[in-house]
Design a binder for this molecule. Structure first.
Ligand code: CAA
Length: 293
């Protein structure tokens, strides 16, 4: 089916970027949040991103205004009713996702496709909570969604050929690389990236290098744009913790287990960049290594 109107549930770190990319690609977008504060924050991020694009000469002001006008923020699931595609970008909490899908399934038109942006939870588990498991798939974006080229298009066992193809075409229509993958925890990228970041934490615990040394080494020695500990802070340590738990549960391998340092940081409420503190402290002009670690 032709996609014209896209619903995005969640306007957080991923949701606001997913909404912005869809609007920049010409889609009408409805973004739903649970409260006004979160909604305003997400819309503020989009507006800031558009202003930055204009400032850097990547977009004309008129185009930025058009993109903004295509996005309708809402607190009401009812506004998603006419969407052709609904992308979920809420917390990595299966219970919360299932509850959300049950509610949305009763509101959104029957022919619409549902997609989860989960990093690790089962696509099938979510599809089964709806009356449209054939029209359900994973569309996994990467942070920042406005910049990163990849969308993993994940197929649950019930996903129809038509839905899967529509997912790939949708990613391509956003000028993304849509890579097909199966409904396995972590898909392709997190299957490889998460154990890498966890190994960096273990290397730090073992004194192989300081936080800055580990990051600097991987940037200069492996050509990565960010070191692994900066990346962990950037992804969000809470998100990382949730992904680890799901992957450890699925594979039962030590490489997916949360290292003690990560556990302690999560207990302290240090979630990385988003909370102002993680492996680095972000309260000053430049991040500095967290002196409390
Ligand atoms: N929104 C829009 N544009 C952004 C942006 C954002 N949030 N962040 C950066 N950009 C743009 C900048 O405007 C800039 O564009 P121009 O070149 O046109 O000026 C460009 O990206 C580069 O940005 P910066 O110069 O500010 O900084 P940088 O060169 O260090 O790049 C980065 C920033 C793109 C984030 C880069 O560091 C990078 O690629 N890091 C790795 C990110 C990564 O691995 N992401 C995946 C994480 S895993 C995940 O998301 C999945 C999961 O399930 C956990």
């Amino acid at each position: 089916m032709a996609i014209e109107r896209v619903g995005v549930v969640g306007a957080g770190l991923m949701g606001h970027g997913i909404a912005q990319v869809a609007a920049q690609s010409g889609y009408d977008v409805v973004v739903r949040e649970i409260d006004q504060e979160r909604l305003d924050k997400g819309m503020g991020r989009i507006e800031k991103g558009l202003a930055r694009a204009v400032e850097k000469g990547r977009m004309q002001q008129t185009e930025a205004d058009e993109v903004r006008s295509r996005i309708s923020p809402t607190l009401d699931y009812g506004d998603l009713a006419d969407c052709d595609l609904v992308i979920e970008a809420i917390d990595e909490d299966l219970g919360a996702k299932l509850q959300m899908w049950r509610e949305v399934d009763n509101i959104v038109k029957d022919e619409a496709i549902f997609a989860t942006n989960t990093s690790s939870l089962g696509v099938m588990d979510q599809a089964a909570a709806t009356k449209r498991p054939d029209r359900f798939l994973g569309l996994h974006y990467f942070n920042p969604a406005q910049v990163m080229k990849l969308v993993e298009v994940a197929r649950a066992v019930t996903t129809s050929d038509e839905t899967f193809d529509t997912g790939v075409s949708f990613a391509e229509s956003e000028k993304k690389l849509g890579v097909k993958t199966k409904d396995k925890a972590g898909f392709i990228v997190n299957r490889l990236l998460v154990p890498y970041m966890l190994d960096a934490i273990r290397a730090y615990e073992e004194g192989v290098g300081s936080i800055e040394e580990i990051d600097a080494a991987m940037k200069a020695g492996a050509g990565h744009p960010m070191g692994p500990l900066t990346l962990a802070d950037f992804v969000g340590l809470d998100t990382m913790g949730s992904i680890c738990d799901v992957m450890f549960d699925e594979f039962r391998e030590r490489r997916f287990a949360q290292p003690p340092t990560l556990r302690k940081m999560l207990a302290a409420g240090w979630y990385g960049q988003k909370s102002g503190k993680g492996f680095y402290d972000y309260s000053g002009d430049e991040p500095v290594m967290n002196p409390q670690l």
